[in-house]
Design a protein. Structure first.
Length: 96
């Protein structure tokens, strides 16, 4: 890093103006600091992933796997493992 940029501080307002996102909305530090809020946050993420899993797995299985490969229990189980992980990763990587 350039020596003249080492001490540079960017305020939350300036960061909001430059990125268009409120820094607190991206990854609120208050949630990670408080144990109860952190547990609630992770519980909410798990519930969303579990709620979306049957919908996504059912759609993939019914419209892609069955017509192309026929009935496959192995692929169904693999989807049940991979889809919740992909949902959580996708939600963490999305900007809002």
């Amino acid at each position: 890093m350039q020596p003249d940029l080492v001490g540079l501080e960017i305020s939350k307002g300036e960061l909001r103006r430059l990125t268009g996102f409120d820094p607190e909305d991206v990854f609120p530090p208050s949630i990670m600091a408080d144990k109860e809020k952190r547990i609630g946050f992770f519980l909410n993420e798990a519930l969303v992933a579990l709620a979306l899993t049957p919908i996504i797995v059912g759609g993939i299985y019914a419209f892609i796997i069955l017509p192309t490969l026929g009935s496959s229990n192995k692929l169904g189980i693999i989807l049940l493992i991979i889809v919740p992980i992909a949902v959580v990763v996708g939600r963490w990587r999305s900007p809002s």
